[in-house]
Design a binder for this molecule. Structure first.
Ligand code: FE2
Length: 226
């Protein structure tokens, strides 16, 4: 298996950055993870195409982070600005896709009332149905982006929000626990413009056991921030 150093060196070679006058090396050298998407609510073609999109984001993230290593950070602020924006866009795209792939496609999806997830969503949204109602509203409001449920360290509660693109309208200080991709590239093959049916389909098969582990980690963050 290729090491981070080898991957980074390869990208730097491709970009002619080997002799760049910098000793800064922030390249991420991310590698794609494997996800078994057993759902039949998305076609095989759509799932395959989506995994390719995820891999493309990883390649772009690695390249843009390597490119940053070659920027003169004492003078070339316009270029650094451009690269940093691209880096955050790709970084979020990778992270959000990994959250999404890991929290969908449970054909036996079930949430029980004794889980931390259920109790926290009831506490912060009044009841579970109200959380769902609000989450779907966020999914439908985003033109091309994401619906996210996250723990806000500032508000000390869970909130739903949408992300426009991969980097717009993101509240600071949040730990994401549920993410649904609502870019057209996910649903247009199988659902055409019926985005709502796609959103309901994904929510029907949420991996509540994966989400429960995220809520447990969020609870530790909440405890540490008190
Ligand atoms: Fe996507």
């Amino acid at each position: 298996m290729i090491t981070k150093e080898e991957l980074t060196a390869g990208i730097r070679r491709d970009l002619n950055l080997e002799d760049a006058e910098t000793d800064i090396n922030e390249s991420y050298a991310a590698v794609p993870k494997k996800y078994d998407l057993n759902t039949e609510l998305l076609s095989t073609k759509a799932k395959h195409a989506h995994k390719e999109i995820y891999q493309n984001h990883i390649e772009k993230l690695n390249r843009v982070s390597a490119e940053q290593d070659g920027v003169n950070r004492q003078e070339d602020f316009a270029r650094y600005h451009d690269l940093k924006k691209r880096e955050i866009f790709e970084l979020n795209a990778v992270y959000l896709h990994e959250l999404f792939f890991a929290n969908i496609s449970d054909v036996h999806s079930e949430i029980t009332m004794d889980t931390l997830t259920f109790m926290r969503l009831e506490r912060d949204f009044g009841n579970f149905d109200s959380w769902q109602y609000d989450f779907v509203a966020n999914a439908m409001s985003s033109t091309s982006g994401w619906a996210v449920c996250a723990y806000s360290t500032f508000l000390q509660r869970y909130i739903n929000f949408f992300v426009d693109g991969n980097d717009g309208c993101i509240p600071v200080g949040c730990y994401p626990v549920i993410a649904i991709d609502v870019w057209e590239h996910v649903y247009f093959r199988d659902y055409l413009d019926d985005k709502k049916s796609y959103v309901y389909a994904m929510m029907k098969e949420l991996q509540w056991d994966v989400i429960e582990e995220r809520f447990k980690r969020a609870e530790k963050i909440a405890g540490a921030m008190r």
